[in-house]
Write a new protein. Structure first.
Length: 100
């Protein structure tokens, strides 16, 4: 499955964050990068799907909180609030469905 450059960058950021904070081992981070570059790894693909789904939910929650507090940015945030979480969750579903 081809990921957009935004989703690619999000996955790399997730992997870096999780490795830096000890949630995954450094070799798992390397496996994520290999998977992003085309190597087949169903375990990593499912892990990335979980990350993207969590990212989408986190973005939903964060954007809603920001918009409630800073109501004047709502028009500018509308696209991000509606589109980004849906796309991340869509990628997560496609990744799960693509595992053999």
């Amino acid at each position: 499955m081809k990921l957009s450059s935004l989703v690619y960058d999000i996955v790399v950021s997730d992997a870096d964050y999780f490795a830096k904070n000890g949630f995954i081992m450094p070799d798992e981070r390397d496996r994520v990068v290999k998977w992003l570059n085309g190597h087949q790894d169903d375990e990593i693909q499912l892990k990335v799907a979980d990350w993207l789904e969590s990212d989408g939910q986190y973005f939903d929650d964060l954007a809603s909180a920001l918009c409630r507090f800073h109501w004047f940015i709502w028009p500018f945030m509308l696209v991000l609030v509606k589109v980004v979480p849906k796309r991340l969750k869509k990628y997560a579903k496609e990744l799960r469905d693509g595992c053999s």
